[in-house]
Design a binder for this molecule. Structure first.
Ligand code: NAD
Length: 499
């Protein structure tokens, strides 16, 4: 049994708390490693190391900091296969999907190479007589990030790449369900030239999260995970005077208009609903066909596509559409919610409950499910299922369809399938959701735009990556300067205005 470590001050360090969590291979159901769960003391010790290392790193000029990121991109590409294999082994997603996970993080690292440009300040010459005014963006000090199991490479990189290139030290507390890749990512960053103590990985659970939230040195906290924990971390972190951004759960609707290309829409729903076993915050989990005829045709097109989905372990290579879910507990929760759907009267038109994979009977595989005639009060509509379960809510009109998405408490992503520009434009303008796809099912913005939901899907006012990340990980200082020769008129008692 492998015992995983923390990554502190450039070393793999064994846990000392005596507490561990099991790390599964979801395809076989076996425990493949145990991960140490840090105590408050272990977390605080890592923060003290970060605090000591950070000032020198902040003084390294931005171009040299960016060069570490350049080298990091090379190393991530060099180790892509290794990273993807480790990721699939703990998470269960297919190898091509695992490579996408690394790639989407890597693209944010590439964006961070532009740090010298992003960190350039503003300057106003002669803002007043003999007065210059300039502003600069300075690092916060020590930042921390708490990440979910479903993107063990991408989400940590979304946080630590901008934090570090801005001159901060970073403490990463990854998901205890998929901790190996974050450890590898930290090691590679030091191989790229990052000084010791600037990136550290502290594995753990609520105890280490609370230690982050109550540590006075930690200036900012980023979180991605489920909404109840996002709310807790946002509330607690803010009450401790920290800068906090938290991204939570989702229930993404895709509206299918009668004029949509239904084959295209059905293909999109298959990928967006069942890819990564539905364990994506941008998965489409609600299909909203407009009109009975659209709904009937869509369901007819979906059923054979769903029934021919190939579910299996990542070791089967490209032959698999999606793998197991992350743990036995996740599988149980999905199947429990499916049962509530049946009990509350929805039509289970594709029933994956009896799915079994020969040779992998103990793996956490869940067959694909499709519900029709779901209504807004049902648990399968209100709750995030986070599994391979697509629900269909039939809407009579476009207005009814958009209203469903507007009224849902989550607001991460959404999509509309239509050939009508007017409808698409109206939808994009009126919808109260952060990321919108027009004939695009998973509208994840690229690295140089920003990522973030609305409503109960995000807390805090800045998004992840893109220009917002440079704002989140720095603070602005504005200097108003006058040289002594400019002072000629004695004291000034009313607020200065530039005339
Ligand atoms: P989770 O909330 O269970 O865990 C996320 C992190 O919080 C982990 O590091 C975990 O150790 C920690 N944590 C768990 N319980 C805690 C507690 N009681 N106190 C303090 N910390 C705690 O989420 P998950 O199951 O790992 O990830 C899936 C969830 O993440 C889904 O809801 C999904 O929609 C969401 N997600 C959101 C986004 C987004 O950008 N909005 C992206 C990816 C995933």
């Amino acid at each position: 049994m492998q015992e995983l470590t923390h990554y502190i001050n450039g070393e793999h360090v064994k846990g000392t708390s005596g507490r561990f969590a099991d790390v599964f291979n979801p395809a076989t159901g076996e425990v493949q490693a145990k991960v140490p769960l840090a105590s408050k003391d272990e977390l605080d010790a890592a923060v003290a190391i970060a605090k000591a290392a950070q000032p020198a790193w902040e003084k390294v000029n931005p171009q040299r900091r960016a060069r570490v990121m350049m080298k990091y991109v090379d190393l991530l590409n060099r180790d892509m296969d290794k990273l993807a294999e480790a990721l699939s082994r703990e998470h269960g997603k297919t190898i091509p999907d695992a490579k996408g996970d690394v790639q989407r993080g890597l693209e944010v690292v590439e964006y961070c190479i532009g740090a010298p440009q992003m960190l350039k300040g503003d300057f106003t010459d002669s803002a007043g007589p003999g007065i210059d005014m300039y502003s600069m963006r300075q690092a916060l000090g020590v930042s921390a990030g708490i990440t979910p199991f479903n993107f063990p490479a991408m989400i940590p990189m979304w946080m630590f790449a901008p934090a570090i290139v801005c001159g901060n030290a970073f403490i990463l507390k990854p998901s205890e369900r998929a901790p190996s890749v974050p450890l590898m990512l930290a090691e590679l960053l030091e191989e790229a030239g990052l000084p010791k103590g600037i990136i550290q990985v502290v594995n753990g659970d609520k105890e280490s999260v609370d230690a982050i939230l109550y540590n006075d040195t930690v200036q900012s906290v980023g979180f991605v995970g489920s909404t109840p924990i996002a709310e807790y971390i946002y509330g607690t972190g803010c009450s401790q005077g920290k800068r906090v951004q938290c991204f939570g759960g989702a229930k993404n609707h895709m509206i299918i208009m009668p004029d949509a290309d239904l084959d295209q829409a059905a293909d999109a729903l298959i990928g967006a609903g069942y890819g990564a076993a539905g364990e994506r915050c941008m998965a489409i989990s609600v299909a909203v066909p407009v009109g009975e005829e659209t709904a009937d045709k869509l369901i007819e097109k979906l059923i054979p596509r769903i029934e021919s989905l190939k579910v299996g372990p990542y070791t089967s290579g490209n032959d698999v559409d999606y793998g197991p879910v992350v743990t036995g507990a996740a599988k149980e929760n999905i199947l429990r919610l499916v049962q509530t759907g049946v009990d509350q009267g929805a039509d289970l038109v594709v029933d994956g409950r009896d799915f079994a994979l020969q040779g992998y009977e103990d793996g956490f595989f869940v067959g694909p499910h499709l519900f029709d005639n779901v209504t807004p009060e049902m648990d399968i509509y209100t709750k995030e299922i986070f599994g391979p379960v697509l629900t269909t809510v039939r809407a009579k009109t476009y207005e009814e369809a958009i209203q469903l998405a507007i009224d849902h408490e989550y607001g991460n992503g959404t999509a509309i399938y239509t050939r009508d520009g007017d409808t698409a434009r109206d939808f994009a303008n009126r919808i109260n959701i952060g990321m919108v796809g027009i004939n695009v099912p998973i509208p994840v913005p690229l690295a140089y735009h920003t990522f973030g939901g609305w409503k109960k899907s995000a807390f805090g006012d800045l998004n992840q990556h893109g220009p917002d990340a440079f704002k989140f990980y720095t603070r602005t200082k504005t200097v108003t300067a006058r040289w002594p020769s400019g002072i000629k008129e004695g004291g000034e008692f009313s607020i200065p205005v530039m005339e």
